[in-house]
Design a protein around this ligand. Structure first.
Ligand code: UTP
Length: 472
C-alpha cells in the first residue's frame, strides 16, 4: 500500500483523525505512523464499532438456559481410577511419539503486578528466585527426558515485551533447552478507540495500540507460521498455559490422554470454586454446548445455589489451562468469517492520548475502549470438549498482584506447601502451620522431581532442610 492509499482508506473509514498531525511530522515519524496504520484491519474495527461500541456490548447473556458443565472428577472426588490410569497411558504414548508442544501465552501487560519487565522474567521460587520462565523450562525439560522425546515450546509475546523476552532466554542459554525447539512470536495488536469509535493516538506519530488478548493466540499461531511448523514436526496436541502460574503441570499425560480418548478438540482444566463469590469464570452448558461464563455474568443466586449434597452447583472454575488440537487452532485462527472465530470483548480503559494540539493527556477516568479476545471462548466451537478436574493446591497459584491475593508471597507459600506434602508422602515430616506452610523455606527444582511420585523415587536424595534447593 502507498502512503496515499493508506490515508485514503482511513478517510473512507471515517478515521482521518489518525493523520491529524501528519503534515508536521518528520519523515521517520510519518513512516512509523503509516506502518502502524497499514497493519490495522479497518474492516474489523468498523465491524467492532458497529456491533460492540454502538451496538451496546452485545445482547445480555440469557442465564435462564444455563446448566453446570459436566467434568471428569479427580479420583479423590469420586473419579474412576482406572479411567485416569488409561488417560495417563494414552498421554504418555502421545508424548513418546512426539505429538505434543508446550505453549505459553506471555504477551500480557502485567499491569497489576507492576513489575518492570516481561512477567515471565519475574523471580518466583522461594530460595533461588528462579523466574517463571525457568520453572516452565525445567518442567518441560523434565517431561521431555521422561518420555525420551524433545518437546517444542511456543512462546507468544507482544510488541511490548518481545525483544526483552528473547534476550532473556539468550542470556540464560535457553535454560538448557535446545534453542531450535523454542519459537517466540508476537501476538497481534488492536487500536483503542474513543466512545464514538474513533481510533485514538498515543502521540502525534503513534496509534494507541495494545495486545489483542490471550485469545489472539489462535490467529497469531496461524499468522506466524507456528501451526505449519507444528504440522511439519508431527505435532497435533498443544498444551496451553499462562505465564503467571508456576504450579501448572506444563505437560500432563493424563490431561493429554483425556483429550485423545474423547477425540476432543479442546480439553480444559477446572479447579472447584473455593466459595460462591470467588472471582473465577465457571464452566457451564448452554443449549448442550460447553462455555466459560465470566464471574460477573453469573447472577449471585446461581453462584450461591447448591445441589443435593450441599456443594455449589456452578463449581467448576476455569483456570486457563487447556489442550488444543492443532486442527482447532488452524480452523479458528484462519477463519475470516467473524461468526467462526473468537469474538472480541470490549473494556473501557484509561488510554493515554493527545489533545487537539498534540499535547499528551493522562486521563483520570476511562476515555477509551480496548478490544480483546479470550481464549476460553473457543470452547463452544470445539468438537467433543472435555473438562477435567485438577487439585487447586497442586496446580493453581498465579502471580497477578503485587500484594494480597494471588501475589508473589501467596505463590511462594503455595510452592512450599506443595513440596511439604511431597516430603510427607515420601516419609519426611516437616513441622508446618495449620495451612500446611512449613516452618522453614526450601526449594525443589522440577528437574529433581516434578510430582510426589518422582520425589519419592529420589529415595535418600529427597531430604530437605532449611535453605536447600534440590536441583536436578
Ligand atoms: P491477564 O488477564 O492476567 O493479563 O493475562 P495481564 O496483561 O498479564 O495482566 P494485567 O491484567 O495487566 O495485570 C493472563 C495471561 O494471558 C496472557 C498474559 O501474559 C497471561 O499469561 N495475555 C494476556 C497475553 O498473552 N496477551 C494478552 O493480550 C493478554
Amino acid at each position: 500500500m502507498t502512503p496515499d492509499s493508506i490515508r485514503q482508506a482511513y478517510r473512507d473509514a471515517g478515521q482521518d483523525q489518525v493523520f491529524a498531525f501528519f503534515d508536521d511530522l518528520t519523515p521517520a515519524s510519518r513512516e512509523k505512523l503509516l506502518r502502524q496504520a497499514a497493519a490495522i484491519d479497518l474492516t474489523e474495527i468498523d465491524h467492532l464499532v458497529k456491533t460492540l461500541v454502538r451496538g451496546g456490548n452485545a445482547s445480555p447473556i440469557d442465564v435462564t438456559a444455563i446448566e453446570p458443565a459436566h467434568y471428569i472428577p479427580l479420583p479423590r472426588s469420586g473419579g474412576d481410577p482406572a479411567r485416569w490410569a488409561a488417560a495417563k497411558a494414552a498421554g504418555e504414548e502421545a508424548l513418546r511419539a512426539g505429538r505434543v508442544a508446550a505453549f505459553t501465552v506471555a504477551g500480557g501487560q502485567g499491569t497489576r503486578l507492576g513489575f518492570d519487565g516481561p512477567k515471565g522474567t519475574f523471580p518466583v521460587t522461594p530460595i533461588t528466585g528462579k523466574t517463571l520462565f525457568q520453572v516452565f523450562a525445567e518442567k518441560i525439560l523434565a517431561a521431555s527426558r521422561r518420555h525420551a522425546r524433545p518437546i517444542p515450546w511456543f512462546i507468544m509475546t507482544s510488541d511490548i515485551n518481545h525483544e526483552a523476552t528473547v534476550s532473556f532466554f539468550e542470556a540464560h542459554r535457553f535454560f538448557g533447552i535446545e534453542p531450535g525447539l523454542i519459537q517466540f512470536f508476537s501476538q497481534g495488536l488492536m487500536p483503542a478507540v474513543d466512545f464514538d469509535g474513533k481510533i485514538l493516538l498515543a502521540a502525534p506519530d503513534e496509534i494507541a495500540l495494545s495486545p489483542d488478548g490471550h485469545g489472539g493466540s489462535l490467529r497469531a499461531l496461524v499468522r506466524n507460521g507456528c501451526t505449519g511448523k507444528m504440522a511439519s514436526m508431527g505435532i497435533d496436541i498443544v498444551s496451553y498455559f499462562q505465564v503467571d502460574n508456576p504450579l501448572v503441570h506444563c505437560i500432563d499425560p493424563a490431561f493429554i490422554g483425556f483429550h485423545l480418548l474423547a477425540d476432543s478438540e479442546l480439553t480444559s482444566k477446572t479447579c472447584l470454586k473455593a466459595y460462591a463469590a470467588e472471582k473465577v469464570g465457571v464452566f457451564v452448558e448452554r443449549d448442550g454446548r460447553a462455555e466459560v461464563l465470566e464471574y460477573s455474568d453469573l447472577p449471585a443466586d446461581l453462584a450461591e445455589a447448591t445441589d443435593a449434597d450441599g456443594r455449589l452447583r456452578f463449581r467448576a472454575g476455569s483456570i486457563a489451562i487447556h489442550i488444543f488440537s492443532r486442527g482447532l487452532v488452524e480452523r479458528m485462527g484462519a477463519a475470516l468469517d467473524p461468526a467462526l472465530r473468537l469474538p472480541f470483548h470490549l473494556a473501557k480503559k484509561k488510554v493515554p492520548t493527545v489533545d487537539a494540539a498534540g499535547q499528551p493527556i493522562e486521563p483520570s477516568e476511562p476515555n477509551g475502549i480496548k478490544f480483546e479476545m479470550f481464549v476460553f471462548d473457543a470452547l463452544p466451537f470445539a468438537k467433543e470438549p472435555v473438562i477435567v478436574e485438577t487439585a487447586r493446591e497442586d496446580e493453581f497459584s498465579p502471580v497477578k498482584n503485587a500484594g494480597g491475593n494471588d501475589s508473589p508471597a501467596t505463590c511462594r507459600a503455595d510452592q512450599l506447601r506443595q513440596w511439604t506434602r511431597w516430603c510427607a508422602a515420601a516419609g519426611q515430616t516437616i513441622a508446618a502451620d495449620p495451612t500446611g506452610l512449613p516452618e522453614f523455606s526450601f526449594e525443589v527444582s522440577p528437574l529433581f522431581a516434578d510430582s510426589p511420585e518422582a520425589f519419592q523415587a529420589r529415595g535418600a536424595q529427597a531430604v530437605v532442610h532449611e535453605g536447600v534447593c534440590l536441583e536436578g
